[in-house]
Design a protein. Structure first.
Length: 169
């Protein structure tokens, strides 16, 4: 449903697409459309992991920063973001995990133009339908390795943030 809705919204004759077309911006059937769809699908994961942390964040911390002369931006960067950082990374990891294998919502807005807006899950399906199992396995393996590397980086960033937080907190 999301893919069909996004495609109709961002098509050149859609509500949003008709506003972007005079500016020369095309969303449907482009890599930008894929990005929009993945953000649309992944953003709820980030919001749901950050929301409880923000709700539990003590308002007095921000008040103390303000009383010590910090601007709102400084309070955000030095008080709020360090508290939210682990949840933000977790939300990003969840969104990324969902995006790697996302097929349904992206397939419509991508347009699947060879070399322009093809998505890896579609390439795997095509190779399987052609009985080219080795090719499908190779694509899936590259996706898997890339996912592991990125998740390892996220894990290291979380560990670094925890260590940094324990030194300063």
């Amino acid at each position: 449903m999301a893919g069909i809705a996004l495609t109709s919204l961002y098509a050149e004759n859609g509500w949003v697409g008709s506003l972007l077309a005079p500016l020369g911006i095309q969303v449907s059937f482009t890599p930008l459309g894929i990005l929009v769809a993945l953000v649309f699908i992944g953003l709820p994961f980030v919001v749901r992991t950050v929301q409880p942390v923000l709700a539990d964040l003590d308002q007095e911390l921000e008040d103390a920063a303000a009383s010590l002369g910090a601007t709102r931006t400084q309070a955000l960067v030095r008080v709020v973001l360090p508290s939210v950082w682990p949840a933000l990374l977790t939300g990003f990891a969840l969104a990324f995990a969902r995006a790697v294998g996302e097929y349904g919502s992206v397939i419509f807005i991508a347009g699947n133009l060879p070399g322009v807006s093809e998505i890896a899950p579609l390439l795997i399906v095509i190779r399987l339908e052609e009985f080219r199992y080795a090719d499908a396995t190779a694509i899936a393996t590259v996706m898997l390795v890339a996912s592991f590397v990125l998740l390892l980086i996220i894990n290291r960033l979380q560990r670094w943030a925890e260590l940094r937080g324990s030194k300063h907190g």
